[in-house]
Design a protein around this ligand. Structure first.
Ligand code: DOR
Ligand code: ZN
Ligand code: ZN
Length: 421
């Protein structure tokens, strides 16, 4: 395949170039390449060619909750969103805490054959927080990381053992930071808006205490840890300081923490309900600054699809989560790249290169000899988010009706077109 005339987003620059792929790989990059006989040609004139996006935090719901999403619908949403590789969280039913479920997900994803699906194994059996899961067997079966996401690992000794055991298998623990006891039934940010609405608040400390603990463990053990979905200004501060002190901590945040504040809960729309909750303007600004200076390494979706019946209930009863795969790139472009917070190479690092590095995955950059996982976008195109057009089963988004810029036009996985607008 030959991709001609595109603006190619390399690690440190954007440059017009032609890209040739053969089989699974990028084999040639040059100012101008002539099509070979029989070669498929994609005209990328005035378009941008990115490394395929990598989302290290999604919920695909299969096995067990296929009414919310399954590997086929989630993969379709991923390639539509420009993702060539996604890592799926283990809060399935049964929980992905053993090699059989890991293998099942890998095999099903291969049948679906859209994007690469990398399972994340549970830290503890059943995500119960009590005993370690079958970590070695899951690694052998193809798990790329460990997490009890959806739940915290409250027992610090279990978390310590998990980090030690994980490192023996060259895996990293991804921590859902939430002090279950301090949570006390909260479900929105604790502050002025929780007071106004009477909705029960979650203080920043619920998240920050666990971020602090993970930093302490990483420092004490000199082992890596990754902080999931950072939502607080104070969490960003702690992670920045820890990194300065040489602690092996990495972190992610999500488009909703970049684009929204808890003013949206005044609508009582349950599509705004997510865990951790969207917070205040000072948190939003700190998340943006953290993404800009690299304190926050990655932008993930935390794609959490739910059924209409999970959301069409009283706010307190509604499920937590946002369906994010089909809006992430445009939101990140609109809120981070277009305003100049991130250059395009920096955006590509947050959404592709850094997750690949943290989890030791292939992909993440466009270069000769690298895998041909690519995404082509029209950055001038403006469009309006409409959840009815989602291919994900989860139509739950607080961004319905938002006008954004940046449209994914083509997603290429292993040198094959898997999505074309
Ligand atoms: O909003 C969320 N949804 N946060 C989580 O931690 C879990 C996730 C889910 O699985 O729905
Ligand atoms: Zn989580
Ligand atoms: Zn999650």
């Amino acid at each position: 395949m030959l991709i001609q005339n595109g603006n190619v987003v390399f690690l440190n620059e954007v440059k017009k170039a032609d890209i040739r792929t053969e089989g699974r790989y990028v084999t040639q990059i040059a100012d101008s390449l002539t099509p070979l006989a029989g070669e498929e040609v994609i005209d990328a004139t005035s378009r941008y060619v990115f490394p395929g996006l990598i989302d290290m935090h999604v919920h695909l719901r299969e096995p067990g909750f296929e009414g919310k999403e399954d590997i086929a619908s989630g993969s379709a949403a991923a390639v539509k969103g420009g993702f060539t590789q996604i890592c799926c969280m283990p809060n399935t039913n049964p929980v992905t805490d053993n090699a059989v479920v890991v293998s099942y997900i890998i095999n099903r994803a291969k049948e679906v054959n859209l994007c690469k699906v990398r399972p994340i194994g549970a830290i503890t059996a059943g995500e119960n927080g009590e005993a370690l899961a079958a970590i070695g067997k899951m690694k052998q079966a193809g798990a790329v990381a460990l997490s009890d996401d959806g739940k915290p690992v409250m027992n610090s000794q279990i978390m310590r053992l998990a980090m030690e055991y994980a490192s023996d298998f060259d895996l990293i623990c991804l921590s859902h930071c939430e002090d279950k006891n301090l949570l006390n039934g909260g479900f929105v940010n604790e502050g002025r808006n929780s007071t106004i609405t009477g909705l029960k608040g979650i203080s920043r400390a619920v998240e920050d205490i666990m971020i602090a603990r993970e930093i302490c463990l990483a420092q004490a053990l000199d082992l890596p840890v990754h902080i999931c979905h950072v939502s607080t200004y104070s969490g960003v501060q702690m992670i920045r300081d820890a990194k300065k002190n040489g602690v092996k901590v990495t972190a992610e945040s999500c488009p909703h923490y970049v684009a929204l504040t808890d003013d949206i809960i005044l609508s009582f729309d349950t599509n705004t309900k997510v865990n951790p909750p969207v917070r205040e303007e000072k948190d939003r600004q700190a998340i943006i600054a953290g993404i800009a200076d690299g304190t926050i390494d990655c932008i993930v979706t935390d794609h959490a699809p739910h059924k209409a019946t999970d959301k069409n209930v009283e706010y307190a009863q509604a499920a937590f989560g946002i369906s994010g795969l089909e809006t992430s790139f445009a939101l990140c472009y609109t809120y981070l790249a277009e305003p100049g917070v991130l250059t395009l190479p920096e955006l590509a690092r947050r959404m592709s290169y850094n997750p690949a590095k943290i989890l030791h995955l292939e992909g993440g950059e466009i270069a000769e000899g690298k895998v041909a996982d690519l995404m082509i976008a029209d950055l001038s195109k403006e469009w309006t988010i409409d959840s009815a057009s989602f291919v994900s089963k989860g139509k739950n988004t607080p961004f319905n009706g938002y006008t954004v810029r940046g449209a994914v036009e083509c997603t290429i996985v292993d040198g094959k077109v898997k999505y074309s607008a």
